[in-house]
Design a protein around this ligand. Structure first.
Ligand SMILES: [Zn+2]
Length: 312
């Protein structure tokens, strides 16, 4: 996709920008040509603002533009890195264990905590007077464990692919927001854009040697995108008007319709995308000491998300 950057600001995510622009094509390579003609037809372009600290991720169907900001792209990377590690910790510890954020789990987890706190501080305080913390992992890190950076970049780009498809959907579906747009219409726009982007990713999934692996990977990155949005909204909830769809509803709609939950005690591998929102949401809830009621037990993760929706 064609893009512009307002000014040249140094950022570790700069090296990923060409890949971010390619990410909606790569998440569903079987539809590359289709997407290319749609983007050309609508003349969709991306504008990356450099100094906008507010979480900026929106589109305008009137000028066919998607708006992003460099700080938003940086923080999304930090979240991908952190959630990947919280997931790894969770899977290693096993269900029923309480992950203590204060406990020392090793140097990578310590870095993860610092990176997550930096991103959340920036999210909440809207400061742009401090750059990416030195010595912490970033997408351009040469000295950090290369496999970890590579894995994070891969997950991050998958997530960005779906996020950009969601914005492309708003443009393609001619969604126009103005001050007279009522709440039900706004909520329907979001629902429709989520569905359009997700259908794009799954509708023409190729029949190949291991179709399950491709499918599972795509469910993981969509789940990561929606879980990250849920976390950001949770931390900025005080300043939002109620015109946002409930993030738990968005997750439930996706996971119920595209993944499904068997409810077996031994969760099948293809349901792994259910664990992501639970781990991400619970980490943020626990971090703010809310709410006692979410301790369960629950028959399935969908029950947990139904409870969690009351908090958003
Ligand atoms: Zn949207």
């Amino acid at each position: 996709m064609k893009y512009t950057i307002a000014s040249n600001v140094e950022s570790p995510v700069n090296i990923l920008i060409p890949d971010i622009m390619a990410s909606p094509f790569r998440i569903a390579p079987e539809r590359q040509n289709e997407l290319r003609s749609l983007i050309e037809q609508r003349n969709i372009t991306v504008e990356i603002k450099s100094n906008e600290v507010t979480f900026l991720l929106e589109s305008n169907s009137v000028d066919s533009k998607i708006y992003l900001s460099l700080p938003t792209l940086e923080r999304l990377w930090a979240y991908s890195f952190s959630y990947l590690h919280i997931m790894t910790l969770f899977l290693a510890t096993g269900p029923g264990q309480y992950l203590e954020f204060g406990k020392h789990y090793g140097p990578i987890v310590e870095d993860m905590k610092r990176l997550l706190l930096w991103a959340l501080d920036e999210e909440r305080l809207r400061k742009r007077d401090y750059a990416w913390p030195k010595h912490l992992p970033n997408p351009a890190s040469k000295s950090y464990y290369p496999q970890i950076i590579e894995k994070t970049n891969e997950m991050y780009l998958g997530m960005m692919g779906w996020i950009l498809l969601h914005e492309i959907a708003h443009i393609n579906l001619n969604h126009v927001l103005h001050k007279f747009t009522d709440l039900p219409t706004r909520l329907n726009y979001e629902k429709a854009a989520d569905k359009w982007a997700t259908d794009w990713v799954f509708e023409k999934l190729p029949v190949c040697a291991q179709p399950d692996n491709v499918r599972v990977w795509r469910t993981i990155v969509v789940s990561l995108a929606l879980s990250t949005i849920a976390a950001v909204e949770y931390h900025t909830i005080e300043e939002q008007s109620s015109d946002h769809p409930n993030p738990a509803d968005r997750l439930l709609a996706f996971l119920t319709n595209y993944v499904g939950e068997t409810g077996d005690a031994q969760m099948p591998l293809h349901e792994i995308s259910w664990i992501i929102p639970m781990v991400v949401i619970q980490t943020h809830f626990a971090n703010r000491n809310v709410p006692e009621t979410l301790k369960g037990p629950y028959a399935g993760i969908s029950d947990y998300l139904i409870e969690a929706r009351k908090v958003f």
